[in-house]
Design a protein around this ligand. Sequence first.
Ligand code: CO
Length: 134
Amino acid sequence: MIGRLNHVAIAVPDLAAATSLYRDTLGAKVSDPVAQPDHGVTVVFVELPNTKIELLEPLDEKSPIADFLKRNEVGGVHHVCYEVEDIIAARDQLKENGTRVLGDGEPRIGAHGKPVLFLHPKDFCGTLVEIEQL
Ligand code: CO
C-alpha cells in the first residue's frame, strides 16, 4: 500500500536554531520559513537527495504541536509521511484492519496541497503516521 517516504517531520522550539543546524552544521539545502496558519505551524523544508525533513515550529499556543513540545522540550520526531496512490482506498483498507484514522476520517489538504490523513500512533509502534496521496 505505502510507497516512498515523503518526509519526516520534526517539531522544534526554535526554528532559526534548527534551520542553522541543518543548513550550517549538516550542510543541507534548507528553504525559507513558510507560515501555514491552517496547520498552526511555520515550516522549513530540508531537501535531501532521497526525501525531505520538515522542521515545524508552532505558530501559537493553540498549535497542534504546542503540547508535543511541552512533553519534548528540545524537540522531537513528530510524524513520518508515506506516499499512497489512492488515499480513500488506503483509508478504507486501514479501517478494515482496525487502524484508527484521526479526525473525521476525511482527507484534508496537507502542507503540500495534497490530500492527507493521520493514523493513530498507538496503532503504529508509537509513531504518528501521515499518508499523502500524490
Ligand atoms: Co507532514
